[in-house]
Design a binder for this molecule. Structure first.
Ligand SMILES: CC(C)=CCNc1ncnc2c1ncn2[C@@H]1O[C@H](COP(=O)(O)O)[C@@H](O)[C@H]1O
Length: 237
């Protein structure tokens, strides 16, 4: 199958050196405009949670149903649901949120193959650059909920953990949903990373692992309330 060359591909190209000098400075303006569009569209958003998970999760599966329940529970708690706008777990969370009457947001990404935003999105944006889109996920959500997924999901999960660990963002709850799927990773983090002091105990405590959607949402809501108190001067970080 022939794949389209995306803007990210051009930006990250390591071969055609001759083009770097002439094209990349202009590309910077396009990147800037993408930031501006994202900031403009999302600045008025009510508190929201980003939900990540596999693009390959199929409707009707337990993981898809978990995503739908999560999206619905977040919406019922008054939180917007932000996803990558694609299929699978993203669609499930958007669908749950939309059907529960919540605000459903999709931040799509240009990919080498044709793809449109899923059908359950109220506010949709399409990004050309992965890193611009990732800024929006962190900036416009108060927490991350992570459903079973692959490399893309891992990338988003570990970016959030790194930002909290390095105190680039403060107190950003990260919830892993799916005990069976994630427990091998948690064991490895404890037995390898923590045991060999590559991370410390508080780094591991940044994660809540659960199968229980209500527990996940309660955890997120508690943190959002705390952050609101910090914002209004009632609490200190
Ligand atoms: C069927 C297929 C591969 C479609 C790809 N379409 C996608 N559309 C939007 N976001 C995506 C897509 N693939 C990966 N992502 C991003 O990476 C995560 C999923 O990656 P993965 O499937 O776990 O690794 C999502 O949370 C999303 O933000």
């Amino acid at each position: 199958m022939k794949h389209r060359i995306t803007n990210d591909t051009h930006l990250l190209d390591t071969i055609h050196r001759g083009e770097w000098k002439h094209r990349d400075s202009w590309r910077a303006l396009r990147i800037l405009s993408e930031f501006v569009e994202g900031f403009d569209t999302l600045a008025d958003l009510e508190p929201a949670v980003s939900v990540f998970g596999s693009a390959r999760t199929k409707p009707g599966t337990a993981d898809y149903e978990l995503g739908e329940r999560l999206g619905a529970a977040l919406a019922k708690a008054g939180l917007g649901v932000i996803t990558g706008g694609g299929p699978g777990a993203m669609e499930a969370a958007n669908r749950g949120a939309r059907e529960a009457g919540g605000v459903s947001i999709g931040l799509g990404i240009e990919l080498p193959f044709e793809q449109k935003l899923n059908d359950y999105i109220d506010i949709g944006l399409d990004f050309r650059y992965f890193f611009v889109r990732k800024t929006m996920f962190v900036k416009y959500s108060q927490a991350f909920c992570v459903l079973p997924g692959g490399y893309g999901t891992m990338d988003e999960l570990f970016e959030a953990l790194t930002l909290v660990q390095t105190k680039k963002v403060t107190r950003f709850p990260v919830v892993l949903l799916g005990v069976d799927f994630w427990s091998g990773l948690i064991d490895w983090l404890r037995d390898r990373m923590l045991h060999t002091t590559k991370i410390s105990e508080p780094d591991l405590d940044l994660l809540l692992l659960t199968d229980d959607v209500d527990e996940a949402v309660a955890h997120v809501v508690k943190e959002c309330a705390f952050l609101r108190d910090v914002d209004t001067g009632k609490a200190d970080v």
